[in-house]
Design a protein around this ligand. Sequence first.
Ligand code: HEM
Length: 406
Amino acid sequence: MNNLSRRNMLKAGGALGVLGAFAAAAPARANPWTWSPSGSVLGSGNGADPLTVWDSEADPLVASLLDRGDVPKVNELLRTWTKNGQPLPNGLPADLRDFMERARQLPDWADQGKLANAFRFTEKRGTYLGVLYGFASGMMSTVIPNEARAVYHSKGGAYMKDRISKTAKLGYDIGTRNAYAPDGEMIVTCLKTRLVHAGVRHLLPQSPYWTAGSPENTPISQNDMMVTWHSLPTTAMRILRKWNVPIAADESEGFLHSWQLSAHMLGIEDQYIPASWDQAESQAVQVLDPVLAPTPEGVALADLLLNLGAQLDLTLLSRPVLGALTRFALGDQVANWLNIPREPVWSPLLEVAWNPYIAVREGILPLPMAPEAYWTFDEILRQFVLLYMSELRPISIEIPQTNRPR
Ligand code: HEM
């Protein structure tokens, strides 16, 4: 069966049989969990396999909010809570308020100096980060089976544009000068997302579509969280290195630090958060690289993402260009899994001209190459920023109360 007909089956609601077949082939961890907590920001830990750990504080709390029917009221109250330093709104259930007051505190390893370096990094490299988060990480998420299945079968899977806006907000907030300061928004965004994830852990096991295809009984384990985390900063850093973008050591460390903090604020245990890029790399080799695989849900989500630029009339972000960029950034195997054809003009152009273009842009190569290609690549970067920004209308991240509507 080709992927198109699988997708049609999903749409037609005939998903159970197909998903069952995929689940049998779902890659499990090839080897036992060996990444040592001595390489984490904490430097120690019990070493439990993160496949068996979720969020012991937020999960029962949000499950109880859903069962008590408190979520609509909570969502409404939290809509007004937008700044890190802002007091929580009055009227929240006491157990939620207690949790949020604790969970909004930065860990004692937060380092303002490193965060200042992180901002310098974003100022210099923000243009690339737009493409990398928005596209490389976004497309990669469609070949992370557990994430693709969770996203597709949760409520947001039916409203992908809206969901992408919410994720873009996190990518934007983390790059602001005051991300974790009282007038910034990153702590709020992370903490609301932590509550959303806890809600999803309660809701998805009630979806027959999700349970039929998932190797997990409860979604979004600590392992899943780290996989997705690596699809963001680790993948961005890998690609920047592949493009030979020069990055100062303190800025690279700062960039990592801003993501370490986000992991903590999202409820990832400190014992799993890598302390250095070397540690991140060693963990990614264990948790990210081996799990990448196609699923019908991921193929369907990728199909939506490839149409996003065209919908916004960003002419250079047409489906063929986005497809060629996916192949270029994530490789032939991923592109083939997603049924993205090799593009006759764009694929060779990117392969030949992209790295020299970066070198010229970075002032490493003195002579501009063919000016037309140079201009085109510049314009692609610019349109990515537009795409990204266009998604940033006022956005409220809210706890879902249902799975994907059918
Ligand atoms: C929701 C980011 C890990 C599945 C969200 C939201 C953000 C976000 C910003 C709120 C947007 C919304 O409500 O749609 C992240 C980050 C992660 C991460 C930064 C890791 C560092 C994961 C993982 C999974 C997952 C590992 C699944 C395996 C979901 C789902 C929703 C969600 C299903 C809710 C969609 C809905 O029904 O509205 N995530 N996420 N996330 N996330 Fe994550």
